[in-house]
Design a protein around this ligand. Sequence first.
Ligand code: FAD
Length: 445
Amino acid sequence: MKTVVVGGVAGGASAAARLRRMDEHADIVILERGEYISFANCGLPYHIGEVIKDREKLLVLTPEELKNLLGIEARTQHEVIRINRDDHTVTVKDHRTGTEYLESYDRLVLSPGAAPILPPIPGADLPQVFTLRNIPDMDKIKSFVDEKRPSRAVVVGGGFIGVELAENLQHRGIEVTLIEMLPQVMAPIDYDMAALVHQHMHFKHVRLALGDGVKSIEPSEQGWLKVTLQSDRKVDTEMVILSIGVKPENQLAKDAGLELGPRGTIATNATLQTNDPDIYAIGDAASVEHLLTHEATSLPLAGPASKQGRMVADHIVGRNVRFKGVQGTSIVKVFDITVAATGMNSRQLEQAGIQFKNAIIHASNHAGYYPGAAPMAFKLLFGLDGTIYGAQIVGMEGVDKRIDVIATAIRAGMKVFDLEELELAYAPPFGSSRDPVNIIGFVAG
Ligand code: FAD
């Protein structure tokens, strides 16, 4: 059985590696358009900020290592330009030679990811305007910062990548203005929780322009850039990074007549097959079921991509598996605070027509009498019958632990009343005899 994987990073590399573990005789080929496979996208902003100093640390596996360790052939700079469903082949362009060839498959796994959205505004193509998706993008931004030593940067978009970039550019001594069209940063959390993030970013001297978009970017006479906002406010800067979201790489699937789902993602069933059972789609490019609404959704995050890759490999070797859905668990560091969420937020619940209540507490990560206790704001969204729909936490230490407990509780179908009784690890440096998770259960129950 021969499996061809399109895209060799989070989802694709995970599918290929698992397939090898499940079948030592499988013929596995990864075709990757870019120069690198299996790199750590999530670490890119931190190398720009020189928090991760060693660039090589981001390159998890090279094609040679993959070949030697797992017997998987990964061809970089090989782009799949067509899927020929009738004869089970893909047309591949080798960008090193400019030649094209056909590669046959029994099963095809599409994990082409999602590309940064470029707003249709004048100046988006200027050389000092960047996007960040992969190692070459990171190299370009880092070289610009290293060589030109800009003192001001504009980051457009207040999602995960935007706030991480704001922090990392600030870390390089650059004054950052962050522009966000919505009235808040971090769309997965509610406004009242995001307000805490705004306050912290102000405290860290990031200039926030919320509820405003970019109208144009022009070169200025001094060789800088002039960014004009929708409000006609003007911001002088030396560089701009656009991080306003991503769009699925769906052209191959579209051309091959595969069904599309929400926001142009490739539609899949519970076993992550497209409408062609020999073609699977995973990761940022695919839509999958939402654990709570059971509707098709897309969640461009590394954890789901990697788990889907693993599951597809299991399905290919004949295991009886099904993807139970995504719930949207996420976490991000914003300077000294941590912002985490799982499940649905208020806006999503309202849109889904689900009745809900919320509980908010302010608790310490561990016993107050032990040095270094730090506060966290903890919001729980739950149904009238106690069903847990979502949680959002903004705090310092210990946010990750609590959000993961709630994420697990949601997946296990627990109710708010169950949170009261959870027996969680406690000693003064780590928690309290009544953990914040218990307390929010008391308040909600
Ligand atoms: P990718 O990992 O993007 O891989 C897709 C690959 O397919 C690309 O390398 C592309 O070149 C290749 N490709 C596309 N089309 C073709 C073709 N036709 N032929 C051959 N190859 C093709 N997620 C988190 O959960 N936590 C984080 O902290 C986090 N931080 C991030 C920070 C940054 C800067 C970025 C960019 C992303 C971050 N993500 C994070 C998101 C996470 O990286 C993605 O969700 C994940 O990589 C998706 O995996 P994927 O396999 O779908 O796509």
